[in-house]
Write a protein that binds this ligand. Structure first.
Ligand code: TDO
Length: 180
């Protein structure tokens, strides 16, 4: 099932699960179904996977134009709070954030079009995160915004003193100083 969100082009996908005495099966991505439901036909060219311990916050990341990436993200192990911030100046939700918990149990996926900063906070002891991208990694365009900008006011589901950041993510600019 694909659910529209209040953010133009952002979709939540809940796959249909087939369970039997062996376990479960689901289609984790089907391009035709994706297009039928969203009207979009992304060409995914890169898959990424990361493993992180509790409290790790990766983000909020994006690649500068013209290297923007649409992403289809999900959790394979554990649970994360997944958050995006709309950087599209012409969007009615410009500067607003969207948060959703993705877990190995709910199996939800989030489709994030180009024009968003994206990150996630690991809520479980350990989490494995998997995502498809429709543009390649481009180190010179890789950047982001600071995850806890008071102007954006994201309600993180963990005390800030427990959050673990990379050196790069500690030094990201605030929303107002971001160049997209
Ligand atoms: C993202 C990426 C990183 N790398 C390398 C660069 C670096 O040495 C190492 C770790 O990179 P990072 O610290 O940027 O990894 P990470 O913080 O996990 O970055 C990711 O965060 C999430 C939230 C996203 O949305 C992704 O687009 C990506 O930005 O991996 C690649 O080779 N290819 C890639 O596509």
């Amino acid at each position: 099932m694909y659910k529209k969100t209040d953010f133009d082009g952002v979709w939540v996908f809940e796959p249909r699960l087939f369970e039997d005495h062996r376990g479960y099966f689901f289609e984790s991505f089907n391009l035709n179904d994706f297009e039928k439901n969203t009207g979009l036909r992304p060409t995914f060219v890169q898959d990424n996977q990361s493993g992180s311990t509790k409290g790790v916050m990766r983000g909020l990341h994006f690649q500068k134009s013209p290297f923007g990436q649409s992403k289809l993200v999900k959790v394979i192990v554990g649970e994360v709070q997944d958050v995006i911030v709309d950087l599209r100046k012409d969007s009615v939700t410009y500067g607003k954030s969207f948060s959703i918990n993705l877990s190995e149990t709910n199996k939800k996926q989030l489709f994030i079009p180009k024009g968003f900063a994206h990150g996630f906070l690991v809520l479980s002891d350990y989490a494995e995160f998997f995502y498809k991208c429709d543009a390649f990694y481009e180190p010179k365009a890789d950047t982001g915004m600071y995850f806890d900008d008071p102007k954006i006011g994201i309600e993180w589901q963990m005390d800030l003193d427990k959050i673990i950041l990379s050196e790069k993510d500690k030094n990201l600019p605030l929303f107002d100083d971001v160049e997209y």
